[in-house]
Design a protein around this ligand. Structure first.
Ligand code: ATP
Ligand code: MG
Length: 336
């Protein structure tokens, strides 16, 4: 049976991009009979950039609350935080030894996140894709739903799996994981710059809609979102060269389960002064029940911790025997 694995970093409040590009699709796959679904909160990845420890712990619970509020069900999916299952760190090291520096040097996310001072970036940020490969391979996951920004890392995960199978002469030991990129919103863009993706770690809070934002904040962020003075066009071609306009139309389509063409059919000829309040309404209608449910869940952190502990046990039960095989294949002596 297909086994789905994916994760979100507890680096801050989740954004509309995370929700539309990842969480919504996690739920669809969970509810698709015959798929085993494993959803991780990747805290090991989060510390590739420094995190204040108590905020990190809260952020882990907040991602868990967002998972559950979005419709992930611990009875149907395994939900846990990465650091509670040691296979991630263990296989992460093995994958670090399989990956080549030349491959890592091509990763655009490292360049984006390290910025101009790559010398000052952590070793972990550089090795991030090796740990991500390990996350997937530790479960022999076959499919990985992610946003478009993770495409390059997933290709690297496939390369690492193939090189491991080849180096140790164990064909088919690790299945090559299939990226599942798509759905209505694989790449939601920043509200301030239509050429940059919306990110929870962007320094500007105005660049994104957070799942924790209230109705007034959402309306204000959309009102101030960058746009152009042209009215909305009749066809998609009319959005070419207008990244901000295209992004807002795309968000409206995803929120209201329509195609971008259908959205344009409704709004063609209207300016953003008319469109933005309608978009804000759609965003609030969609997100406010989610925010309320997240807050309800966060009022009982002990229950969230229990769900994560239980998920970690189930994840460990899958990963541990696979790790034992990995250690044997690699040639580690194990005598206890
Ligand atoms: P950070 O800035 O800390 O990297 P992020 O917003 O990029 O945060 P991640 O935890 O790195 O979030 O990614 C979680 C999932 O959300 C991944 O599957 C990623 O591809 C997806 N995702 C992130 N940003 C977007 C976006 N703007 N549009 C669609 N999907 C996204
Ligand atoms: Mg990211």
């Amino acid at each position: 049976t297909p086994r789905i694995f994916s994760g979100v970093q507890p680096t801050g409040a989740l954004t509309l991009g995370n929700y539309l590009g990842a969480l919504k699709r996690f739920v669809e796959m969970q509810d698709n009979a015959g798929m085993e679904t494993i959803y991780c909160i990747v805290d090991l990845h989060a510390i590739t950039l420094w995190q204040e420890p108590e905020s990190l712990r809260q952020a882990i619970r907040a991602v868990a609350a967002a998972y559950l509020a979005s419709g992930l069900d611990p009875k149907k999916s395994i939900i846990f935080n990465q650091s509670q299952v040691s296979a991630h760190a263990e296989l992460g090291w093995v994958c670090s030894c399989v990956v080549r520096l030349g491959w890592l040097n091509r990763m655009t996310q490292f360049k984006d996140k390290a910025g101009k001072h790559a010398e000052a970036a952590s070793g972990g940020l550089y090795m991030y894709p090796a740990l991500m490969a390990a996350d997937i391979l530790a479960y022999r996951a076959t499919h990985v739903p992610v946003g478009e920004d993770q495409k390059q890392h997933l290709e690297l995960a496939r390369d690492i799996a193939a090189k491991f199978n080849n180096d140790f002469n164990v064909p088919d030991f690790f299945p090559l994981p299939e990226p599942m990129i798509g759905g209505p919103a694989p790449r939601v863009m920043s509200l301030r710059d239509g050429t940059k993706k919306m990110s929870k770690s962007d320094p500007s809070d105005m660049s994104r809609i957070n799942l924790t934002d209230d109705a007034d904040t959402i309306a204000a962020k959309i009102r101030k979102a960058k746009t152009d003075p042209e009215p909305l066009p009749e066809t998609l071609e009319g959005l070419e060269g207008r990244p901000e306009a295209r992004n807002l139309v795309g968000i409206m389509a995803a929120l209201t389960d329509r195609t971008a063409e259908d959205v344009l059919a409704e709004f063609a000829g209207q300016g953003f002064g008319a469109f933005k309040p309608r978009l804000a309404e759609a965003a609030v209608a969609h997100l406010s029940p989610l925010t309320a449910e997240m807050n309800r869940l966060l009022a009982d952190p002990a229950e969230i911790d229990r769900v994560l502990g239980d998920g970690a046990e189930r994840a460990d039960a899958i990963a541990r025997p696979i790790m034992a095989e990995v250690f044997d294949v690699v040639g580690f002596l194990r005598s206890r």
